[in-house]
Write a protein that binds this ligand. Structure first.
Ligand code: 6GU
Length: 277
């Protein structure tokens, strides 16, 4: 992650990229750039310095650049917020620094119409489907709201989408931006190795993931379901599908309503649910 970097992206591929990236990446020159505009860029350092996001950056799949909105203010105190017109509690982020920052970033990266996402509890609910759509973009910009909100002119004239990560209120959009960026970066083609594929993830097919087990086969008095040791890949896949269906029916019946299941699957779910009662 780069904080406040002003250099042009994609100017060259570092040797580490050439050495480690997948063949398609070399062919396509795919490198996603993500700019994050916020009041507390330091918050992003640790979450993006580990695991898959770190590896994705090191391997040249993504470049994440954070920007401090305060750097685009012009008064001595770096005033980024002000009282709301019409009165009421809290402060509102001023439009000028955010407009200036976005214009600056847009110019620096040479791309117009960058998908620009405002993180706000009023946004549309973030989902795995939206993560997959965002992962296909060459460039993204996130604006993290704070305090009571952001001047509406930012939402009207800069922002292309508003996202919320759930029906609860966070202090600011930074943590939400981390959540969204993490879930997007792992879906950039090539970021996950074949043994960590996203295809079986919960939500990737609208279902929750099946239960997973690893060694030891017997732990205390609990053993691994024998089917998983059978070596019969067809039966294992069928067991996992049924476990996913059952888990989703029990924990998230709202998800099942959105799927088209076979009559056999529906019958199996209803049998299992009635035998569990
Ligand atoms: Cl995106 N921002 C804030 N401040 N709170 C939230 C949120 C976002 N999503 C859920 N709660």
């Amino acid at each position: 992650m780069v904080m406040g970097s002003n250099e042009a992206p994609n100017s060259f591929l570092p040797l580490s990229v050439v050495k480690s990236s997948a063949w398609w990446q070399l062919l396509c020159g795919a490198l996603m750039r993500i700019d994050i505009l916020c009041l507390f860029p330091e918050m992003f350092v640790s979450p993006f310095s580990h695991s898959i996001v770190k590896r994705a950056e090191d391997n040249g799949f993504v470049k994440v650049v954070t920007h401090n909105i305060r750097d685009y203010t012009h008064d001595r105190h770096g005033t980024a917020d002000d009282y709301p017109y019409g009165g009421g509690a809290g402060m509102v982020l001023k439009p000028e620094p955010i407009f200036e920052a976005c214009e600056d970033i847009g110019q620096l990266t040479g791309v117009g119409n960058i998908p620009t996402i405002l993180l706000t509890p009023q946004g549309r609910p973030f989902t795995q489907r939206i993560a997959a759509e965002l992962a296909a973009q060459p460039q993204l910009m996130f604006i993290c709201g704070h305090y009571e909100g952001v001047d509406e002119r930012v939402a009207e004239h800069i922002v292309t989408d508003e996202l919320s990560i759930g029906d609860y209120v966070l202090t600011g959009g930074e943590i939400a931006a981390m959540v969204v960026v993490d879930s997007v970066v792992r879906l950039i083609p090539g970021v996950l190795g074949s043994d960590e594929s996203a295809a079986d993830d919960s939500h990737s097919e609208g279902l929750l993931e099946y239960p997973q087990y690893t060694r030891p086969e017997q732990f205390r008095e609990w053993s691994v379901p024998p089917i998983l040791l059978s070596g019969n890949h067809g039966e294992i896949a069928a067991w996992r599908r049924r476990q996913s269906l059952l888990r989703t029916a029990l924990r998230r019946p709202d998800l099942l309503d959105k799927l088209t299941l076979t009559d056999k699957e529906l019958a199996w779910i209803s049998d299992s649910l009635s035998s569990q009662r």
